[in-house]
Design a protein around this ligand. Structure first.
Ligand code: SF4
Ligand code: SF4
Length: 343
């Protein structure tokens, strides 16, 4: 039986807490979305990290905590954060660039860490390293193999851009060889470096066109997801384009997501992270709602193009027919499709 893709709706009451515990990183990926001007340069102290975990803990609800950076394994107290989050009832994930500083694998366990995610943007060094940094493919895949051997549940995140989409099909064989059972495909957003006009945002041909066309996306991504599922891999990828019959929903309205940065900003929508329009902030370890023109004022706007923030921030991604109707409605960037393995 060929595995089929299904849209994963937002689960009412489920909480996802994306916790950036620092913004420092050893790499300098060309598509990095971290923006220290907006997100701060602090590394949270162990005590603050623990208090903020408590602040978002709701043990009675299904809750996920995803530790992010910068590179979260650069934080000397990450293992304490993992243990604290687990004790507070969270399912815990760490998203790493694969360098696994502070010997992470030696100081935590598969029982505490539900998922360890590795970022790879190519099936080999020739594709990955020009995007993520010289030598990063070798380090990431070596540490990934170690994590699998130690019994950790690992996943791989691949950020699709015009630089690597044509190489995505070759990831299926690599994931099989590495023993990876979960694969997250994500689409590059115009945030952080790709949104800047500086030289880092330019591609080799001098253009700044990082994003892929709808045709490229629809031609390549669902087919690769199906092939991976046929090999026993659980694949998740963004919906991006809604079918005619599918309802539009904004996660900012119907879901419980929090994107926390070390300067205390708390966003409800990742597309807004380059702007000081965060809905909430943490002050003196208390979560406060911001007044004024904040992101949540936009969430309820109902427009033909679907996601209002996409329309405001990335209007180039929308095309119109001759009567002025959008050819595709853009889904919430947090809406996913998944294909579970047949076996
Ligand atoms: S590993 Fe992550 S935080 Fe570090 S530069 Fe790359 S994208 Fe940015
Ligand atoms: S991406 Fe769009 S639809 Fe999703 S939370 Fe943000 S504004 Fe809402």
């Amino acid at each position: 039986m060929i595995p089929a893709a299904r849209t994963v709706g937002f689960v009412p009451g489920e909480r996802n807490v994306f916790f950036h515990i620092l913004t420092a990183c050893n790499l300098s990926c060309r598509h990095c979305y971290i923006n220290p001007e907006q997100h701060g340069r602090q590394t949270l102290s162990r005590a603050t990290m623990e208090r903020w975990i408590e602040l978002f803990a709701r043990p009675e609800q299904k809750s996920n905590m995803i530790f992010l950076g910068g590179e979260p394994t650069l934080h000397p107290d990450l293992v304490h954060g993992i243990a604290k989050a687990k004790a507070c009832g969270f399912a815990v994930t760490v998203d790493s660039n694969g360098y696994l500083f502070h010997d992470l694998l030696d100081h935590t366990t598969p029982e505490l860490l539900d998922y360890l995610s590795f970022s790879l943007d190519g099936p080999d060094a020739a594709v990955n390293d020009p995007i993520r940094g010289q030598g990063s493919f070798a380090v990431c895949t070596t540490n990934l193999r170690k994590a699998v051997a130690r019994g950790f549940a690992v996943s791989v995140i691949y950020t699709v851009s015009s630089m690597n989409i044509e190489h995505l099909p070759r990831m299926v064989a690599l994931l099989g060889d590495l023993g990876v059972r979960r694969f997250f495909i994500q689409v590059i957003g115009l945030r952080g470096k790709p949104a800047q006009d500086g030289v880092l945002a330019k591609l080799e041909d001098g253009s700044s066109k990082w994003q892929v066309s709808p045709e490229q996306w629809l031609r390549i991504v669902p087919a690769v997801a199906r092939q991976a599922a046929e090999q026993g891999i659980h694949v998740t990828y963004p919906k991006v384009f809604l079918d005619e019959s599918e309802p539009f929903e904004c996660a900012g309205v119907v879901a419980d997501n929090f994107f926390i940065f070390p300067n205390g900003r708390v966003y409800r929508c990742p597309l807004c992270e380059d702007y000081p329009i965060h809905a909430c902030r943490i002050e003196n370890d208390i979560l406060l709602h911001n007044e004024g023109l904040t992101e949540d004022r936009f969430f309820a706007l109902n427009i033909a193009e679907g996601c209002v923030m996409n329309k405001l921030l990335q209007p180039d991604t929308i095309s119109y027919d001759t009567s002025g109707r959008p050819q595709h409605r853009i889904s919430c960037c947090l809406l996913k499709q998944e294909i579970k393995p047949a076996i």
